[in-house]
Design a protein around this ligand. Structure first.
Ligand SMILES: Nc1nc2c(c(=O)[nH]1)N[C@H]1C(S)=C(S)[C@@H](COP(=O)(O)OP(=O)(O)OC[C@H]3O[C@@H](n4cnc5c(=O)[nH]c(N)nc54)[C@H](O)[C@@H]3O)O[C@H]1N2
Ligand SMILES: Nc1nc2c(c(=O)[nH]1)N[C@H]1C(S)=C(S)[C@@H](COP(=O)(O)OP(=O)(O)OC[C@H]3O[C@@H](n4cnc5c(=O)[nH]c(N)nc54)[C@H](O)[C@@H]3O)O[C@H]1N2
Ligand SMILES: [Mo]
Length: 808
C-alpha cells in the first residue's frame, strides 16, 4: 500500500525466535512497534536467552534487556565495525563456516583499494562508483581464484581484517558515545551465546548509511556462523501491514515483481535486457510478461517486452524525490493509495509544494487524511492551488478478502468479516473498475502507446474483482499441463516461455484451483522448533529458515543436534528434513559442487563478506537463441563492497576516521537547507509510539488513543532541560534549518547526555505521528527532518538531523 522504506525480509520466522540464545536488537523498538516479535523474544528469555539493546533512548524494548547501550544516532557502523575487528583479531569466528559458506578465501583484484574514506572507482563528478575493481581474481574459466589459507594477503578475509583494523573499541567509543567496556561486553556476549539473532528496523535503515549498516549485520552473522541456523539469522522487522507483500510486488520503481530489475531505455529488446541482467532473469521476466499479457505474449513479439514502459536512468526519482519532481512539473496526476505523505515525508513542505502543481490528485483512503485536504493547511492559499482533488473512500482491512505477506515471507489469506460501509469499496475493486473504464476509453485506438492497456490480460471477475484470481495469477500457470503451477520446483524446471507467473517467488502458493496454501491454519509443530509447516505458505517454496544448508557440516549432517533443520539422507540420496531444504538441487549431495552451496542466489554459492562483483555464465541455462549472459548476481552494494562509517549528513562532529570524507559520498540529497552545529547543536531522532500508527490518520481518529497519547512532545535529558530552563510539560520550540514546531518538553532519564570524543552531546527524541487534520490535530515533526537518502535503498535519514531547542 504504502512506501516501503527499506527492502529485505526475515531470514527466519517469528516462531523461530524462541530458538535463539541471544538477541542483538539494535535499530528497533519491537516492544512497541512489533509486539509479536517481542512475544517470541520473551519465550526465548524465559529459557535463558540474553537480550542486548542498542538505542539512543531507553525504550520499552530496552527495559527487557540484559545489556542496554545508549548510542549517538547514525553511528552504529562504528561499533559494529569494532565487533568485526575484535572477532577477527581474537579468532572468535566460526572457522568451518567462514571457510565453507563465505567468500573469505576468494582473492580480490589487485586494483581494489580503500584510501581515506573512499573505495577505488569513485567519480567525484557523478558521486557514483565504478565498481569494476571490487572484483574477484578469476581463473581461465572465469571462476574466482581461491587462496590456500585465510592468511593470503589478497583474500577477502585479509581485506576485511585490514579494513576493520581502524575500528578499535576506543575509536568506536569516541564516535558512538558507548563506553569501551560496554562495546566489549556486547561483542563477547553476542559471540558466546549461539545461535545469536539480530533484529533491525528503522533505527538502522533510516540513515544515509542504512544499507551498509545492515551489511555489518550480515558480516557479523557470517563470521559467527549464525546464518541458516534455527534461532539465528537477521530479521528485518518490516513496518506497514503487507509492506513485505508490496515490496514483493515491486512498489519500488527499480524493480518488477519478484525482485527482477526493471528494464531501462537502454535495453531496447528482450535480448538487451538479458544481456544486461543475465540469463537468470530471462525466465522470470518472460513468465511475468505471460502473466500480464496472456495469449498476447508470444515468442514472436518478445512476449510483449515492448509494452513494458522503460525507466530512464537519467531521471528516475526515488519516492522521497517525487514531490520535488512534481514541483518541477514532471507529474500531472498522482494516484495516492493508502499513504499520507503530507505528514510522513521528511522536510514535508516539499509535499504541498509538489501537490500544488498537479492537475489532479486522487486519494484512496479510509480517512480524510492531511494529504486529501493538503490545501487547507495554514499558510497555504487555496485560491492559488489549481489541483483538482478526488477522494475515494476505501474499505478497511476486515472488509475485504485477500492475502497479506508478513516480514517472515509468510503469505496469509483472510476472508471478509464485515461488508464495507456505505460507498466504500475494496481497493482491488476500485482499481479493477478504473482499469476497465480506461480500457473502454482506449478501445479501437491504434496508438502504440495504448497497446499495453489493450493487450493486457485482465480477468478478475465481471463485477467484483476476485483477490483469489490475483493470487492464482501470481502463482502462475504451466502451459504443459494447462493448470496452475503446483510448486516452485515445477516453475524452476519448466523451459523458458512455457510457464507464467506474476511473481516467481510465490510459485506454489495456490497449487490447484481448490487449494490455497496461504489459507492453511495447521498449527502442528512436531519438531518443537516452531517450523509450523502447515500454517499458511512462506516464499520461496514454504522454506521457513533461509540458507538452511548452512546448518549442516561437510557430510550434510546438522551441526546443532537440538535444532535440526535439514540433512542429507545417503539412503534416499536426497536432502530432507524438518524444513524445506534451501539447496540448488535436492538430489545433489554434500560432496558435489551444488550440494555445498548454502547461498544459491549468489552465483559463487557462498555468503559475501566482501560484496564483490562477480559474473558467472553458468548460473542459469540460456534459452535457445539467446547466448549465455553472465550476471552481476544478488548482494551488490553501490556505495562500497564493505561497510564504512560515515557521519550523518547533518552531524555535530567531524568524522574521526577520515575528516576529508565526512558523509556517505553517494548519498542522495533532496533537501536544500542544511544546518551547522553552531546554530543547531543537538541531534534529533524520531520514532513511532505504540499508541499511534505512522502518519496517524487511523489512530488520531480513535478517541481513546487520543486520550492516552494526546500530543507529540520532545524527549530531552535533565541536563538539557536545565540548560534551556524548562521543566516537564513546558512548551519548547524545536527548529532545524528547514522548519520548526512547538511541542511540550518531556524531561526524562531515558535520554542521557553522551560523551562524544570528549565533549558533551545532547540527543532529542520526538514521535512523528501528528498532522493538522483528524479528530486530534498536532504539529508535524517532519517540519524539521531532512530529506537525504541512502543511495541504494532510497530510505531518508529520518533518524538524525541537527536541531536547536528553546523555551517557546
Ligand atoms: N504502534 C506502532 N507500531 C508500528 C508503527 C507505528 O507507528 N506504531 N509503525 C510501523 C512501521 S511502518 C514501521 S517501519 C515499524 C518501525 O519499527 P521500529 O523501527 O522498531 O520503530 P521506530 O520507533 O521508528 O525506531 C526504532 C528505534 O530506533 C531507535 N533509533 C533511532 N536512531 C537510531 C540509531 O542510529 N541507531 C540505533 N541502534 N537505534 C536508533 C529509536 O530511538 C527507536 O527506539 O513499526 C511498525 N509498527
Ligand atoms: N519523522 C519520521 N517520519 C517517518 C518515519 C519515521 O520514523 N520518522 N517513518 C517512515 C515510515 S517507516 C513509513 S512506512 C512512512 C509511512 O508513511 P505513510 O504511508 O504516508 O503513512 P501511513 O499513516 O501508514 O499511511 C497509510 C494510510 O493508509 C490508509 N489505509 C489503511 N488501510 C487502508 C486500506 O485498506 N486501503 C486504503 N486505500 N487505505 C488504507 C490509512 O488510513 C493511512 O492514511 O512514514 C515515514 N515517515
Ligand atoms: Mo515503515
Amino acid at each position: 500500500m504504502s512506501p516501503s522504506f527499506g527492502r529485505g525480509a526475515m531470514t527466519n520466522s517469528w516462531q523461530d525466535m524462541q530458538n535463539s540464545e541471544c538477541f542483538l536488537i539494535a535499530g528497533s523498538n519491537c516492544a512497541e512497534c512489533h509486539p509479536i516479535a517481542m512475544k517470541w523474544v520473551n519465550r526465548a528469555r524465559a529459557k535463558g536467552a540474553k537480550v542486548i539493546v542498542v538505542d539512543p533512548r531507553f525504550t520499552r524494548t530496552a527495559s527487557q534487556a540484559d545489556i542496554f547501550a545508549q548510542i549517538r544516532p547514525g553511528t552504529d557502523i562504528a561499533y559494529l565495525g569494532a565487533m568485526i575487528n575484535y572477532y577477527i583479531e581474537n579468532r572468535l569466528y566460526d572457522e568451518f563456516y567462514v571457510l565453507n559458506f563465505t567468500n573469505a578465501l576468494n582473492k580480490i583484484s589487485k586494483d581494489y583499494q580503500f584510501n581515506d574514506g573512499l573505495f577505488s572507482g569513485f567519480n567525484p563528478e557523478t558521486r557514483k562508483y565504478d565498481y569494476a575493481s571490487w572484483a574477484y581474481q578469476l581463473d581461465a574459466e572465469g571462476k574466482p581464484v581461491k587462496a590456500d589459507s585465510l592468511d593470503d594477503p589478497d583474500c577477502v578475509f585479509q581485506k576485511l581484517k585490514t579494513h576493520y583494523s581502524r575500528y578499535t573499541f576506543d575509536a568506536a567509543s569516541k564516535i558512538t558515545g558507548i563506553p569501551v567496556a560496554k562495546i566489549k561486553l556486547i561483542a563477547d556476549t553476542f559471540a558466546a551465546a549461539k545461535p545469536g539473532n539480530i533484529f533491525y528496523a528503522l533505527g538502522m535503515t533510516q540513515h544515509t548509511t542504512g544499507v551498509q549498516g545492515i551489511r555489518c549485520y550480515a558480516i557479523i552473522q557470517l563470521l559467527l556462523g549464525n546464518v541458516g541456523k534455527a534461532g539465528g539469522g537477521i530479521q528485518a522487522l518490516r513496518g506497514e501491514p503487507n509492506v513485505q507483500g508490496s515490496t514483493d510486488m515491486a512498489n519500488l520503481n527499480a524493480n518488477l515483481p519478484g525482485y527482477l530489475p526493471y528494464p531501462t531505455n537502454a535495453e531496447k529488446t528482450l535480448q538487451d535486457y538479458v544481456a544486461k541482467n543475465g540469463s537468470v532473469q530471462h525466465k522470470p521476466l518472460v513468465a511475468l510478461l505471460k502473466a500480464w499479457f496472456g495469449n498476447n505474449a508470444t515468442p514472436e513479439n518478445e512476449y510483449g517486452y515492448q509494452w513494458l514502459p522503460k525507466n530512464n536512468p537519467a531521471n528516475m526519482p526515488i519516492q522521497p524525490q517525487f514531490f520535488s519532481k512534481m514541483e518541477e512539473g514532471q507529474f500531472k496526476l498522482l494516484l495516492n493509495w493508502g499513504s499520507n505523505s503530507t505528514v510522513s515525508i521528511p522536510d514535508r513542505k516539499l509535499v504541498s509544494r509538489g501537490l500544488s502543481k498537479l492537475e489532479m490528485l486522487v486519494v484512496a483512503d479510509i480517512f480524510n487524511t492531511e494529504t486529501a485536504q493538503f490545501w487547507k493547511e495554514e499558510g497555504l492559499n487555496p485560491a492559488k492551488i489549481p489541483t483538482e482533488v478526488i477522494f475515494l473512500p476505501a474499505a478497511f482491512v476486515y472488509e475485504k478478502a485477500g492475502s497479506m505477506t508478513n516480514s517472515s515471507r509468510l503469505i496469509q489469506w483472510k476472508e471478509v468479516a464485515l461488508k464495507p460501509l456505505n460507498d466504500c469499496h475494496p481497493d482491488l475493486d476500485m482499481l479493477d473498475h478504473i482499469f476497465k473504464r480506461v480500457r473502454t476509453l482506449y478501445a479501437g485506438s491504434n496508438d502504440p502507446k495504448d497497446e499495453p492497456i489493450l493487450k493486457a490480460n485482465w480477468d478478475y471477475g465481471e463485477h467484483e474483482a476476485s483477490a483469489l484470481k490475483v493470487l492464482q495469477e501470481l502463482n502462475g500457470y504451466n502451459d504443459a499441463t494447462g493448470k496452475l503451477t503446483a510448486s516452485l520446483g515445477e516453475y524452476l524446471a519448466a523451459p523458458v516461455g512455457t510457464i507464467s507467473t506474476g511473481c516467481w517467488i510465490y510459485a506454489g502458493v495456490t497449487p490447484d484451483v481448490d487449494k490455497n496454501l496461504a489459507d492453511r491454519r495447521g498449527n502442528a509443530d512436531p519438531t518443537g522448533l516452531g517450523l509450523n509447516k502447515d500454517y499458511a505458505f512462506a516464499w520461496p517454496g514454504n522454506i521457513r529458515v533461509l540458507y538452511n544448508r548452512a546448518s549442516c557440516d561437510a557430510q550434510g549432517q546438522p551441526v546443532d543436534s537440538r535444532r535440526k533443520l535439514i540433512w542429507w539422507d545417503p539412503i534416499q540420496n536426497l536432502w530432507v528434513g524438518n524444513d524445506g531444504p534451501d539447496v540448488v538441487d535436492k538430489t545433489k549431495g554434500p560432496d558435489t559442487p551444488e550440494g555445498k552451496q548454502a547461498f544459491r542466489m549468489n552465483p559463487e554459492g557462498v555468503g559475501r563478506l566482501f560484496a564483490a562483483t562477480y559474473k558467472s555464465g553458468t548460473f542459469a541455462t540460456p534459452p535457445e537463441g539467446i547466448a549465455a549472459v553472465p550476471i552481476r548476481g544478488a548482494g551488490m552494494t553501490i556505495d562500497g563492497p564493505m561497510p564504512e562509517f560515515y557521519e550523518p549528513i547533518e552531524s555535530p562532529v567531524a568524522n574521526l576516521l577520515h575528516p576529508a570524507v565526512q558523509n556517505n559520498p553517494c548519498a542522495k540529497i533532496v533537501s536544500k537547507e542544511f544546518g551547522n552545529p553552531d546554530e543547531y547543536p543537538h541531534v534529533l531522532t524520531t520514532y513511532g509510539v505504540v499508541e499511534h500508527f505512522c502518519a496517524g490518520a487511523i489512530t488520531r481518529n480513535i478517541p481513546w488513543l487520543n486520550e492516552i497519547a494526546p500530543e507529540p512532545y520532545a524527549e530531552i535529558s535533565k541536563n538539557l532541560a536545565k540548560q534551556i530552563g524548562v521543566k516537564e510539560g513546558d512548551k519548547v520550540e524545536v527548529s532545524s534549518a528547514r522548519g520548526s514546531l512547538v511541542v511540550r518538553a518531556l524531561v526524562t532519564d531515558r535520554i542521557q547526555t553522551l560523551k562524544i570524543n570528549g565533549k558533551d552531546q545532547e540527543t532529542i527524541g520526538m514521535p512523528w505521528s501528528w498532522g493538522f487534520a483528524s479528530l486530534n490535530p498536532g504539529p508535524s515533526t517532519n517540519n524539521v527532518t531532512m530529506n537525504a537518502c541512502d543511495p541504494g535503498a532510497g530510505t531518508p535519514e529520518y533518524k538524525c538531523c541537527l536541531v536547536n531547542i528553546r523555551r517557546a
